[in-house]
Design a protein around this ligand. Structure first.
Ligand code: MSP
Length: 661
């Protein structure tokens, strides 16, 4: 009988800057699942790749004075080098510039057109260049910026093709709310409320203002919208509408697409709509995870960004602590759905406590005792005791628990389960006190049983850890005397697998303890250097990588400006607006008896950051109600390169009500 198949994908990455630890998360997670599934006997297809078209790439290449293809070729090499360094066992790597993909996207576009789902019209609206996304007025955030990255959007008006998505609204709503397509499920309602309930709008799917994309073959001044091009990769890489591969029948529909939350909408709505329009089966699961943010010295979580210099370099970490320790750390920290703040302290603590003290110590103590008391080879005579039962029970039930976590893409939980068993085995050493047994010749059979049970526990634990830490576990097997046959998936569900007279081999320390103080000092120095360099050295072009100032608004006269009444005001008190993550409500002394203003800055400011400070307000703005709270004006803030907002603080000695001219 044919093997069961399992198809898993990462997003295809933009080669618009070097990859960082954030990009590693999805890829390492998918790799761990792919390895686990292979171990379970599945015929696995693990796909990753790069999303190489679009205006952003075209602009960056222009800044660097190279062609877009030259530009992406160079960065794609860095991605591939990183994946090989991180031990990523992908089966296929797709580049959207590959000829077969380009041809297939053209056919897909034509197919959608022929079926009547794509039509020609005129696009008028807002475009966010960094996100390559079109937005309608109503979708913009409180500041009229991109609702994803909060950067300014530009006006766009051009002849364009549109994809009719409304025919699929009901089916998509059902898919999100009534099936387990989306994981975690709690995000489904938010998507339905934000995008489906207000009416699924037609999507603009072609551009004429740049050329770096897949040309629409029946109307060559248009290039295909980069998300239609990119999402198609999941099927073109299997051979859909092309002759490069013949795997579509075998692997489609995908078992898991794994993505981060910022690109959930594309995978939860647009991608299913495309497949429905093409009358193709839908993928089985979309697993959405949060972001790895950078925890700064003040304990605040920041988005990783080149312009802030806080980007964590996976090569640097791997060199210092080993690739497996890094893989372990990112998998162990991130719960599916939530963000996870990257901190050097947490990473080093985690490596020291779980890997050096917990697992590493379990292996080295067990092997050292087998060596010391029995010259490395256990005697066949073993005497079991009651205390052994609970250890065996923990170990025997482990595989089932890990299977479940893998199937739910809950890798953090899988590792937690495995480390419950590590702790149980370490506790078993304390309970059985083998060093005491070793002093008494008459207790040799009992000692043999204790060490054998420990070696068996390590065999199962290391077998289940191997998909997460593929470099280190073969070294463990070497040390505990396990053969390849002992760590097959079947045997990881059994105890008493290795021969009674198993021979151990003392080996290198698996995870050396890290000197916290020394490493933190060195890592902080690296980050500080990077941050300073980021501030001082970014060329204008590179600053442009991270920050798009947006187009200047149309010219106004001094009289136009004078119509806006800007005043200094004091924040007397400030609190979060209930039911909103973004809004703060400020009570102000404006020099005219006081007023209340609501501002969308809660992601970047705590109420206490503003209380007692003077700020600038637009005092004659028509009041508006935001989330049920009236706002009498707005406060001035600037865009920051990382997509945040920075409140403008005037000279604090200015009186309340002072006019800004
Ligand atoms: N090209 C699109 C994806 C197209 S898939 C058909 C894209 N590329 S990306 O390079 O910008 O991002 C790829 C993935 O990496 C996204 O899921 C993105 O959210 C994720 N991450 C980028 N930085 C991240 C963190 N700091 N943490 C976790 N994931 C992050 O979007």
């Amino acid at each position: 009988m044919d093997k069961k198949t399992f198809y898993i994908t990462t997003p295809i990455y933009y080669p618009s800057g070097n990859p960082h630890i954030g990009h590693c998360y999805t890829t390492v997670a998918c790799d761990s699942i792919a390895r686990y599934k292979r171990m379970q006997g599945y015929d696995v297809m693990f796909l990753t790749g790069t999303d190489e078209h679009g205006q952003k790439i075209e602009e960056k290449a222009k800044d660097k004075g190279v062609t877009p293809k030259q530009y992406v070729d160079e960065i794609v090499e860095v991605f591939k080098k990183l994946w090989s360094y991180m031990n990523i066992s992908y089966d296929r790597y797709i580049r959207t510039t590959d000829d077969y993909h380009v041809e297939a996207v053209q056919k897909i576009f034509k197919e959608l057109y022929d079926r009547g789902y794509i039509y020609k019209g005129e696009y008028k609206g807002k475009y966010c260049t960094p996100c390559e996304s079109f937005w309608t007025e109503s979708q913009l955030d409180e500041n009229g910026c991109c609702p994803e990255c909060h950067r300014p959007v530009t006006e766009a008006k051009e002849e364009a093709y549109f994809f009719k998505m409304s025919p699929f609204a009901d089916r998509i709503e059902k898919l999100l709310l009534e099936t387990d397509y989306l994981q975690p499920k709690y995000r489904a309602q938010e998507l339905v409320n934000n995008f489906i309930k207000p009416g699924l709008e037609d999507l603009c799917v072609s551009r004429t203002s740049f050329t770096w994309g897949v040309p629409v073959d029946f109307d060559s001044k248009h290039v295909v919208y980069v998300w239609i091009d990119a999402l198609s990769n999941y099927i073109t890489a299997l051979g859909y509408e092309n002759g490069a591969y013949k795997d579509y029948e075998k692997y489609w529909p995908a078992d898991v697409h794994m993505v981060a939350k910022d690109i959930m909408r594309f995978h939860a709505i647009i991608w299913p709509a495309m497949l429905m329009a093409l009358e193709q089966p839908l993928p089985k699961h979309l697993a959405v995870h949060g972001w790895i943010t950078f925890q700064n010295k003040n304990g605040e979580a920041q988005k990783m960004s080149k312009s802030l210099g806080n980007v964590v370099d996976p090569f640097m970490l791997g060199e210092r602590y080993g690739v497996d320790a890094i893989r372990y750390h990112i998998m162990r920290e991130m719960a599916l759905g939530a963000d996870s703040a990257f901190s050097n302290e947490i990473m080093i603590n985690r490596i020291n406590s779980d890997l050096a003290n917990g697992f590493g110590n379990l292996v080295s103590r067990t092997v050292a005792m087998a060596d010391k008391y029995f010259g490395g080879t256990l005697p066949a005579d073993r005497e079991e005791a009651e205390v052994d039962a609970s250890l065996k029970e923990t170990v025997l039930s482990l595989r089932g628990k890990v299977d479940e976590c893998i199937d739910g893409t809950r890798l953090k939980n899988a590792l937690e389960e495995i480390f419950v068993a590590v702790d149980r085995a370490n506790k078993y050493i304390d309970e059985t006190e083998p060093w005491k047994l070793g002093k008494d010749e008459a207790k040799s059979a009992r000692l043999a049983a204790v060490l054998y049970n420990l070696l068996e526990s390590i065999r199962v634990i290391s077998g289940l850890l191997a998909p997460f830490m593929p470099n280190t576990m073969p070294k463990v097997w070497e040390q505990i005397g396990a053969k390849a046959d002992d760590v097959t998936y079947d045997n990881l569900g059994r105890f008493d697998v290795m021969p009674a007279d198993v021979t151990v081999h003392k080996g290198e320390i698996l995870f050396p303890r890290i000197d916290m103080d020394k490493e933190i000092a060195e890592l902080n120095a690296i980050i500080e250097k990077n941050m300073a360099a980021a501030k001082a050295n970014l060329s204008d072009a590179e600053k442009g990588d991270e920050f798009t100032p947006g187009e200047l608004a149309e010219e106004i006269t001094i009289d136009d400006f004078a119509r806006a009444d800007l005043r200094v005001a004091l924040v007397k008190s400030c609190e979060k607006v209930k039911r909103s993550k973004k809004l703060l409500c400020l009570q102000l002394d404006d020099g005219f008896g006081g007023r209340q203003v609501v501002s969308g800055i809660a992601e970047w400011y705590q109420p206490e950051d503003l209380t007692g400070k003077k700020i600038i307000i637009v005092a004659n703005l028509k009041p508006a109600v935001l989330c049920g709270v009236e706002s009498q004006g707005m406060i001035l803030a600037a865009d920051t390169p990382d997509g945040g907002a920075s409140v403008v603080f005037p000279d604090q000695s200015l009186p309340c009500g002072a006019k800004i001219r």
